[in-house]
Ligand binder design. Structure first.
Ligand code: FES
Ligand SMILES: [Fe+2]
Length: 368
């Protein structure tokens, strides 16, 4: 095993967690340039199904069109710019109609109705489709990219595109979804997830299942970071009882039956793979000192449809762990906003946070 080292790095200065101007810089350089995880393909299973992804000033409609393709559009009318849709999720009949003057768009974004505009000689409907947004699906997840010419998803995700095949992630369904509002900067959530130095004090139960030093990393630099932790004794999964609560997923076998895997997928996804279920956190920025975390517990549909299916053991485990984590993230936010705070030294057990900070700073255009 390669020795873990934080290379003597220190935590980020306080302004990275509090400053409006750094937050805006993140918007320009990261959140409107990188591929963002926004939900599951199963959230839009039928034509017309949609959900909104709201991010600062932007609102994006993600929907399934009549050809069963997932598409994304800016939620902005091409007439006078009005927000078209305000319900967080739902189903369009066959079109999207603006509530102001009833311009109407097809599910593939074409303008198909514009009352009275035929009187305007120079007007051509074809010139006013909804502005589209690049979208990709990977392992059942939906990703979008607001850049004008985004890096192709397959390039951006090349290091991990085939990494998780044995879990058959694209087949999995959401058995439980929970949204948390956390009074902490988004990076504190990702940094907290990137180390288990805090596990003995904060998560005694988790630490019994996976002792904190019994871990390694197989992705140690760049936008994808993380690796396995070993399950102790007879423990089978991360649950309150330590027992599996569903059959083993896909082709998971061998050592993977005795490990759980944790990955940060920069900038807003956390992927936790267990032998019997998968947990996905989506971190949404709200303000420098606030974020929202959407947590999905994913199981195989055959397990879900079994009459004895009870994911409670896994849900309770991660509800407990999440709450313990969000609590210290909120305490961190309060502390790093103090005039007394100065960057502190990382332990070598926090080498993945140091790697995260380097990736973050280089994405911001600063030396990492
Ligand atoms: S602003 Fe949408 S139809 Fe006028
Ligand atoms: Fe934790």
């Amino acid at each position: 095993m390669i020795e873990r080292t934080a290379r003597g790095a220190k935590t980020l200065p306080g302004e990275y967690y509090t400053s409006e101007s750094i937050y805006e810089e993140e918007t320009e350089r990261i959140f409107t340039k990188r591929w963002l995880y926004v939900g599951r393909a199963s959230d839009v299973s039928e034509p017309g199904h949609y959900f909104l992804h709201n991010m600062d000033k932007e609102s994006i409609i993600l929907l399934k069109d009549e050809q069963h393709s997932i598409r994304a559009f800016f939620n902005v009318c091409r007439h006078r710019g009005t927000r078209l849709c305000t319900e967080a999720r739902g189903r369009f009949s066959q079109s999207i109609q603006c509530p102001y003057h009833a311009w109407t768009y097809s599910l593939d974004g074409r303008l198909i109705g514009a009352p009275n505009m035929h009187e305007v000689k120079t007007f051509n409907k074809e010139e006013y489709p909804l502005r589209d947004v690049a979208v990709a699906t990977w392992e059942g997840g939906v990703f979008m990219n607001l850049a004008e010419s985004p890096e192709p998803f397959e390039n951006a995700f090349a290091p991990i595109v085939n990494k998780y095949k044995q879990w058959h992630l694209s087949e999995l369904q959401v058995a439980h979804r929970r949204t948390y509002d956390v009074a902490a900067n988004w990076k504190l959530i990702l940094q907290n997830y990137s180390e288990c130095y805090h596990c003995p004090t904060l998560h005694p139960h988790l630490n019994r299942l996976t002792p904190y030093r019994d871990s390694s990393n197989d992705l140690e630099a760049g936008p994808f970071l993380g690796g396995p932790m070993r399950l102790s004794g007879n423990n089978e999964s991360m649950t309150m009882t330590g027992r599996s609560c569903a059959p083993t997923l896909g082709e998971v076998s061998g050592t993977d039956l005795k490990q759980v895997y944790y990955y940060v997928i920069f900038p807003n996804m956390l992927l936790s793979l267990h032998p019997d279920y998968v947990l996905v956190h989506q971190v949404q920025r709200q303000a420098p000192d606030r974020c929202r975390v959407v947590c999905d517990w994913l199981f195989h549909p055959e397990a879900i449809s079994h009459p004895d299916f009870d994911p409670g053991d896994a849900i309770e485990f991660w509800e407990l762990t999440n709450k313990q984590d969000w609590h210290v993230c909120e305490l961190s936010q309060q502390g790093v906003a103090s005039r007394a705070y100065t960057p502190g030294p990382y332990s070598d057990l926090e080498s993945m946070i140091a790697a995260f900070d380097r990736e973050y700073l280089s994405a911001l255009g600063m030396s990492g």
